[in-house]
Design a binder for this molecule. Structure first.
Ligand SMILES: Cc1cc2nc3c(=O)[nH]c(=O)nc-3n(C[C@H](O)[C@H](O)[C@H](O)COP(=O)(O)OP(=O)(O)OC[C@H]3O[C@@H](n4cnc5c(N)ncnc54)[C@H](O)[C@@H]3O)c2cc1C
Length: 483
């Protein structure tokens, strides 16, 4: 790959994906980031946690997040360019993900508001009643600066991995809508206009089977606030998305889909966010690599630029290959998602293939993003640890990419489950065969099949190495297919 392509996200997309639809919009979005967005994003990160103004001067609850006006400009640039509206207009998600990739190169945290907006729009368009769709969708699809934002709130204080045990929010039916009460502990894009929320309909059984998905707007029908923001989290990074805690108190909500399929609807939301996370991780990875290369070309040690020393030269080449393979894996999750996102349960084999690919992609790209960001700091030597040069930020951002939307263990165990129950590994191997080297493919098939015969405890205990190798293998085979 041409090194110049590494320094530009749209050039890398073109290089790896060929001729792009809406290439001008992508280049213009990138040019905007270079011209204005970069500086806004850096200042916003440095400013730290914003302030939550809970009351107006008359003591009325308003719950507004206060930060520099440039932040809202940066946020709105993505919405007007079409990170959300293009998905419905084009009935394809590819443009959203390409714009998300460019955004993530500059600010992976900012891709989160767009991610959760898309993850709200899709279930709303699939499972909302005609009345609910008429009331909310057009607001989310506005092409100007007034487009409504979405959010996806599942996690409560007890924990995010085990939603079945810890979602205590209850939904009580009242006429054509529901009233939700409970507390959500991690709520990204707390300033959203409408959110999808996991809750338990009154009287529903315990466990994941008793959960349903609701659409909850920020304002009640009478215009009053529908929920409160208790506080904004003070976190290490992804400051371009406001993560808060939300109090639902008899908050008006609308059931999405069939409550008996609630857990499937919730997992569809998570899977959309995982595709976004994979794209965001690769965007960040490219950025860290670009910054490392630029520094290594200018920094001189032992009489020559450090990038010309054999050890570093080799590391750079290996990182470029890893970037291509991670990109191929993440992009495959986009292409498959684009095929299956309209499916409803029971799902097809194509959906099961998507499931295994998205677990591999979410897991592996986030791990690589962390490793690449750490290496980028090391390439900068001591400078890498200084906030003024910006690269320490990529490691802070990457650490969160690995945890939200389900930490590594969740991706691994859910991926293994898809193999056991749905034979997803066989679908995957068939899919990868055109790009895979025959002997390597045979060896991978043998290892996975034999792993699946282990007793449950051992299968779980030893699942990480095999899942990691499968992800690497998939990325390599898919990159080969793309070349
Ligand atoms: C910045 C940020 C924003 C977030 N935004 C949102 C949001 O908008 N909406 C939302 O719903 N959630 C959000 N989350 C929550 C996020 O999805 C959870 O943090 C994540 O799912 C993990 O849940 P947890 O933090 O409760 O950890 P736990 O579930 O308590 O897990 C703790 C540790 O135990 C491990 N573990 C758990 N079970 C097992 C097992 N069976 N085997 C092996 N290891 C296991 C986990 O991997 C993890 O390492 C956000 C989180 C962060 C950090």
């Amino acid at each position: 790959m041409d090194l110049r392509d590494i320094s530009s996200p749209s050039a890398l997309l073109r290089n790896l994906q060929g001729e792009l639809a809406h290439a001008t919009a992508l280049s213009e979005y990138e040019a905007w980031w270079e011209r204005e967005g970069k500086a806004i994003s850096a200042a916003h990160d440095r400013a730290g946690t914003p302030w939550l103004k809970m009351f107006n001067v008359f003591g009325k609850r308003i719950d507004e997040v206060q930060c520099a006006p440039e932040y809202w400009k940066m946020l709105r640039e993505g919405y007007t360019t079409g990170v959300i509206w293009r998905a419905m207009k084009e009935q394809s998600l590819k443009s959203s993900f390409r714009l998300g990739y460019i955004c993530s190169f500059y600010d992976a945290g900012l891709f989160c508001p767009y991610t959760v907006s898309l993850s709200t729009l899709l279930p709303l368009s699939k499972y909302g009643t005609e009345d609910v769709k008429a009331r909310f969708i057009s607001n989310m699809l506005r092409e100007d600066e007034t487009a409504w934002q979405g959010a996806t709130w599942m996690t409560e204080a007890g924990g995010g991995s085990d939603l079945g045990s810890y979602v205590e929010t209850v939904a009580r039916r009242e006429g054509d809508h529901w009233m939700l009460s409970g507390d959500k502990y991690f709520t990204s894009n707390a300033v959203a206009d409408v959110a999808v929320v996991a809750a338990r309909p009154e009287g529903a059984p315990k466990g994941v089977r008793g959960l349903a998905l609701y659409l909850v707007p920020k304002r009640r029908e009478n215009g009053e606030l529908n929920y409160g923001i208790r506080r904004i989290k003070d976190k290490i990074a992804t400051r371009s998305v406001f993560t808060g805690e939300i109090e639902l108190r008899n908050s008006e909500g609308y059931l999405l889909g069939n409550p008996e399929h609630g857990i499937y609807h919730i997992l569809e939301v998570l899977n959309c966010s995982r595709v976004c996370n994979a794209i965001g991780s690769v965007g960040l990875m490219q950025r860290a690599l670009a910054d490392a290369i630029a520094f290594a070309q200018g920094r001189v040690a032992f009489s020559k630029p450090i990038c010309e020393h054999p050890l570093l030269r080799q590391q750079i080449q290996e990182r470029i290959v890893a970037l291509e393979e991670a990109h191929a894996l993440a992009w495959e999750s986009v292409l498959l998602f684009d095929e299956v996102w309209k499916e409803t349960p029971p799902y097809s084999d194509r959906f099961n293939l998507f499931r295994i690919v998205v677990h591999l992609a979410k897991y592996w790209t986030a791990e690589l993003a962390v490793q690449t960001a750490k290496w980028c700091m090391e390439v900068h030597g001591g400078m890498g640890t200084l906030a003024e040069y910006g690269v320490e930020r990529w490691l802070r951002e990457a650490m969160i990419l690995a945890i939200w939307e389900g930490p590594p263990h969740r991706q691994i165990l859910d991926g293994i489950e898809a193999m056991e129950r749905k034979g997803a590994h066989r679908l995957l191997f068939e899919h990868l065969a055109p790009g895979a080297e025959g002997r390597e493919l045979g060896e991978m098939v043998r290892r996975v099949e034999s792993h699946l015969t282990l007793p449950t405890d051992q299968r779980e205990a030893h699942s990480e190495p095999i899942f990691r190798d499968l992800a690497r293998f998939a990325g390599k085979a898919l990159a080969q297919k793309m070349r």
